[in-house]
Design a protein around this ligand. Structure first.
Ligand SMILES: C[S@@+](CC[C@H](N)C(=O)[O-])C[C@H]1O[C@@H](n2cnc3c(N)ncnc32)[C@H](O)[C@@H]1O
Length: 297
């Protein structure tokens, strides 16, 4: 066994506790602004169009039917949280494994799978040290919005992705853009407190979550900044071949539910800072998300 397979990177207990609590509560309250699980059980999806299109590109599906070619594929939903997108892909015929370090999240994923009437496998693991049982097994590793900011070492994470993929398999990543991640709020002051990259940590104490802003449970979490260049370079170093790298200037939902994004008349959220050339003129939008699809050589 290599060191990578045997070593267990240190886990931040406080951040893990936060995820255990979030997993127990997400999708259980009327105030939840994101996890509408009844909609999923009724046949809907919570995948954004960015996630669907990344899956479509990775599988060669028509963009009008983005999950049309996942049937029969082995998919690892990495840092799956309560497994919603994994369950949706299982319903479309994929053989899905949800992996997360939160046992509660995985139990919730199994609960959702049972409600939807599909089977999924769940594996409790640190994403920085995937067990050998997951190596070389997957056509797709799917890791999206809010995954890599919890990872201190992006190169190590990318090596795990590469280990999990079969030759020719693909990573499907859709993430919040690191420029957007830098900003915490725009008023009354512009708060820009998160580094752009370098794996730099930010420790935050507060209450509420992106899905459940009403939660009063206080927690302390540490997240890490990775620039787009570091993500892509991590993939290249891990033996992945870049197929798609796209930066997005708008998104269909407000992922953090804060005032950093502005909702436009077209129903899309943009990161608008300052103004355009003349007073009163809207500024050009900054990037809010990126998609990265890469193939294991
Ligand atoms: C923001 S959630 C992902 C949300 C997901 N994209 C969704 O749509 O539901 C982040 C997940 O990463 C998991 N996580 C954080 N650090 C991890 C680690 N080192 N290993 C495995 N899972 C981790 C958390 O338990 C949590 O479920």
């Amino acid at each position: 066994m290599t060191d990578e397979q045997t070593s267990r990177p240190a886990r931040d207990a406080s951040t893990h506790d936060y995820w255990e609590h979030a997993a127990a509560t997400h999708g259980t309250k009327d105030t939840d602004r994101y996890y509408r699980l009844d909609d999923v059980v009724a046949g809907g999806t919570l995948m954004t169009e960015l996630e669907e299109q990344a899956v479509a590109v990775a599988t060669g599906a028509d963009s009008a039917d983005p999950l049309g070619r996942v049937a029969g594929l082995d998919v690892l939903h990495l840092q799956s949280h309560i497994g919603v997108d994994g369950v949706v892909m299982a319903r479309a015929g994929a053989r899905v494994t949800c992996a997360d370090y939160s046992a509660t999240a995985l139990a919730r994923a199994q609960e959702l799978a049972a409600r939807v009437g599909v089977a999924i496998e769940t594996v409790e693991t640190d994403a920085r040290a995937l067990p050998a049982s997951l190596h070389g097994r997957f056509d797709l590793v799917y890791a999206t919005i809010g995954a890599i900011c919890w990872i201190d070492d992006i190169d190590l994470w990318m090596r795990q992705v590469s280990l999990a993929l079969r030759p020719g398999g693909r990573l499907v990543m859709v993430e919040l853009h690191p420029v957007y991640q830098m900003f915490d709020e725009l008023s009354p002051d512009i708060v820009c407190d998160f580094p752009y990259g370098g794996g730099e940590p930010l420790t935050y104490t507060g209450s509420g979550s992106y899905a459940d802003p009403t939660s009063t449970e206080e927690s302390t979490t540490t997240s890490y900044a990775h620039s787009v260049a570091e993500v892509v370079t991590g993939g290249l170093r891990a033996g992945l071949v870049v197929e798609v790298l796209e930066e997005h200037l708008s998104i269909a939902f407000n992922p953090r539910g804060d005032d950093v994004l502005t909702l436009g008349d077209d129903g899309r959220h943009r990161f608008l800072l300052g103004r355009g050339t003349r007073p009163g003129e809207p500024p050009q939008p900054l990037p809010v998300a990126f998609s990265f699809v890469a193939r294991k050589a």
